[in-house]
Design a protein around this ligand. Structure first.
Ligand code: NAD
Ligand code: ZN
Length: 339
């Protein structure tokens, strides 16, 4: 196990990489700890939860809502959780987002930590302190920014992770490499999903590098004023087509990254869009996608990254270096049409 402590303004977050869930017993008292997990994870890993007070919520994005928040809070009251309680979210991004949110509001705030169990939650969702829930169709509309006390990484959980969920994680990992780390990009070109699933050490190294990369970006810009926007690479177009065409998040982001690479070629003279599409393909992700430009432009009009008539688009100057560029909506429409 590798322990790393990262300071965040007043407090710090402890990271336990290459760790085992069982080590939680050395860190926390079961009497005062409340685990939150979901209905998919609990039956697959029951032995882990023995001896812990556990609240099991229904799995899936549809349940990242106020009804589930209310359910968790009622369970906490029943289990007599007080101000000294620690909540531990053991799950994917849905569980970690909702756990962080409940911890921020229960009795005006209690301590919390995460054990992410999807690749996406490990490298992305559980890091950075953003938490929250959806209100109807509005994703993450209600939430706070608050850093967890600890993150514990146990890749054993990934043994039961479906392939589609691995792909969601790989899309974010490739995103990280494109915007910030050319060496990681080259390393990914040498690896493959099959190899990473077999090689625990390489997988742990990759996870750790991605966590550090996201932590650095978030630390430099906790409240998303500049640098943190780079993490939106592939997400501008990605979000628009994800909902319109019911794509998985990973597929939508991969297509978004591919389009950002082509835009980068046209606007900045970026030379290697093919290298990016080849890597996406290597990790089982799609690149080309035919979409209705009008519909997508309507979605972008409402995008929260838009200021006046511009979209703050994330482009790639070269592999390992993302930049933020305001692009006029009308130019974007023209470019989308000819790609
Ligand atoms: N807070 C942030 O900064 C941030 C960043 C990115 C994403 N998110 C949020 O994260 C969520 C997406 O995260 P996600 O992809 O992990 O979704 P998720 O939590 O829905 O997990 C995906 C699926 O995998 C199942 N699962 C989880 N771990 C498993 C395991 N070990 N074995 C088998 N099945 C398992 C879950 O039950 C679920 O069905 C979204 O709600 C998104 O808004 C938040
Ligand atoms: Zn994403």
């Amino acid at each position: 196990m590798l322990h790393q402590s990262v300071r965040f303004n007043q407090q710090h977050t402890d990271f336990y990489f290459d760790a085992s869930f069982r080590q939680l017993k050395q860190m926390l008292k079961p009497a005062n700890t409340f685990i939150i997990t979901d209905t998919n994870i609990f039956p697959l890993h029951t032995t882990y939860f023995k001896g812990w007070k556990t609240i099991v919520i229904p799995a899936g994005e549809a349940h990242k809502n106020i009804a589930t928040v209310q359910y968790i809070i009622e369970q906490l009251i029943q289990l007599q959780a007080d101000r000294t309680a620690t909540l531990v979210g053991v799950g994917g991004g849905v569980v970690t987002d909702i756990t962080g949110f409940v911890a921020a509001i229960y009795m005006r705030g209690v301590a919390f930590g995460f054990v992410p169990t999807t690749l996406l939650a490990m490298v992305d969702a559980s890091i950075g302190g953003k938490n929250g829930i959806d209100i109807g169709l509005y994703k993450n509309l209600m939430g706070t920014i608050r850093q967890p006390a600890f993150l514990l990484y146990d890749t054993h959980f990934l043994k039961t992770l479906p392939d589609a969920e691995w792909q969601n994680g790989f899309a974010e990992i490739i995103k990280h490499a494109c915007i910030k780390n050319a060496a990681m990009f080259r390393n990914l070109e040498k690896l493959s999903p099959a190899l990473l699933k077999k090689n625990k050490q390489k997988l742990n190294e990759l996870i750790q590098k991605n966590v550090q990369l996201k932590m650095l970006v978030v630390k430099a810009d906790e409240f998303e004023k500049g640098e943190r926007k780079l993490l939106n690479l592939g997400h501008t177009l990605g979000h628009a087509i994800e909902n319109q065409y019911s794509l998985s998040h990973g597929h939508a982001v991969a297509i978004g990254i591919h389009y950002a690479a082509i835009l980068s070629q046209q606007i900045l003279g970026f030379k290697q869009p093919e290298r990016i599409s080849a890597l996406l393909t290597q990790y089982g992700l799609p690149t080309h996608f035919v979409f209705d430009t009008k519909k997508v432009m309507n979605m972008l009009q409402m995008d929260k990254k838009r200021q006046q008539e511009f979209v703050h688009y994330i482009l790639i100057e070269k592999i390992g270096k993302g930049i933020i560029l305001p692009i006029p909506l009308k130019d974007l429409e023209k470019i989308y049409k000819i790609i």
